[in-house]
Design a protein around this ligand. Structure first.
Ligand code: ZN
Length: 335
């Protein structure tokens, strides 16, 4: 299948926005520093977490989708969540719902009846519990100033068949929780629903994370921190040539930071900036879009997976090796 009509490939640049306190002990003591690092990422070089991400997107006139995790606010109160939402909305970008249910047992007021034990993944909760957790996430985002939420992404892509019932009950029309490179993503769904490309699951339009086939046949999900620039661009070009309508890319609020620090990871900064330059130059062919921009459709069946060359795969291996060395150096400098 090719793209004789030359229709555009809509690119979704999606960012999962979340905070971690490096474990669950003393989260109250650790939260202020975690918030500064994960949300602002302030260093002498600049604020390379959420603020720089928004700045780079806007400098190139691109649309981004920010899946914001709100359940942490059930413990820490509404202000930090409102600050996150404010940063994103002030930049004119889209907020949608992300959920890491391992926060539920930290909530000051129980959200579900069986709330005592920490359960990490959404598929560990039954359909009524998932409905309540998603509903509570919506309420927290509403209280933080977000009006309509039309899309959802489960933390760690850990959706199952019940997630789609829970979304329907909460009136959420789009989902982006499926990642076919992960065995735990989409458990319980029929095999024909566990695939790439936008498709209907009951009354929800599923837009799975895009995947690409490397030269040696392995599948790789499209994440800024895990692909070379060349792999990303080749995958976009080949998806367009094959006639895909959507290309769904993952990143996080902290993906431009060296792990465990607030220092910029210059390899990822350069990679993300180059990708935004590329998309900014080719907006007619590869427009960036969000879920709030009108009707989305399902893909034609049988489209060839996007693919990348061996040299692009090698480039990624070299970059990831360099990043590991740079991380050791940053840890050394931080003492
Ligand atoms: Zn997440």
């Amino acid at each position: 299948m090719t793209n004789p009509g030359g229709h555009p490939l809509n690119v979704l640049l999606t960012f999962d926005v979340e905070i971690w306190c490096s474990g669950w002990d003393d989260i109250d003591g650790r939260f202020p520093q975690a918030f500064r690092r994960y949300i602002h990422g302030a260093s002498q070089a600049g604020n390379y977490a959420l603020p720089k991400t928004l700045e780079i997107l806007n400098a190139h006139g691109l649309k981004g989708v920010f899946f914001v995790e709100p359940l942490f606010a059930a413990h820490f109160g509404p202000e930090p969540l409102a600050e996150i939402v404010g940063l994103i909305r002030d930049a004119g970008q889209e907020v949608q719902l992300h959920l890491h249910p391992e926060w539920q047992d930290e909530s000051l007021v129980p959200i579900i009846e069986n709330h005592a034990a920490k359960r990490q993944h959404l598929f560990m909760y039954d359909v009524d519990e998932q409905t309540a957790l998603i509903g509570h996430g919506l309420r927290l985002l509403n209280e933080a100033g977000v009006g309509e939420i039309s899309a959802f992404r489960a933390g760690s892509f850990a959706c199952n068949e019940d997630t789609f019932t829970a979304l329907k009950r909460n009136g959420i029309r789009h989902d982006s929780s499926l990642n076919i490179t992960m065995d735990h993503s989409g458990t319980g769904l029929p095999a024909e629903a566990r695939r790439t490309g936008s498709h209907w699951i009951d009354s929800t339009l599923e837009l799975p994370l895009s995947v690409s086939r490397g030269r040696q046949g392995s599948l790789r999900h499209m994440q800024i921190g895990a692909c070379s620039y060349e792999e990303m661009v080749q995958s976009i070009q080949s998806a367009h040539a094959s006639g895909w309508r959507y290309f769904n890319v993952l990143s996080h609020n902290f993906e431009m930071l060296v792990p465990g620090t607030s220092l910029p990871d210059w390899v990822v900064v350069k990679r993300f900036t180059r990708l935004c330059e590329f998309l900014g130059k080719h907006q007619e062919k590869y427009p960036t879009t969000g879920f709030g921009n009108g009707e989305m459709t399902d893909e034609s069946p049988g489209l060839a997976l996007p693919s990348t060359t061996f040299s692009a795969n090698l480039k990624r291996n070299a970059e990831q090796g360099y990043r590991r060395v740079a991380q050791k150096w940053a840890e050394f400098r931080q003492g």
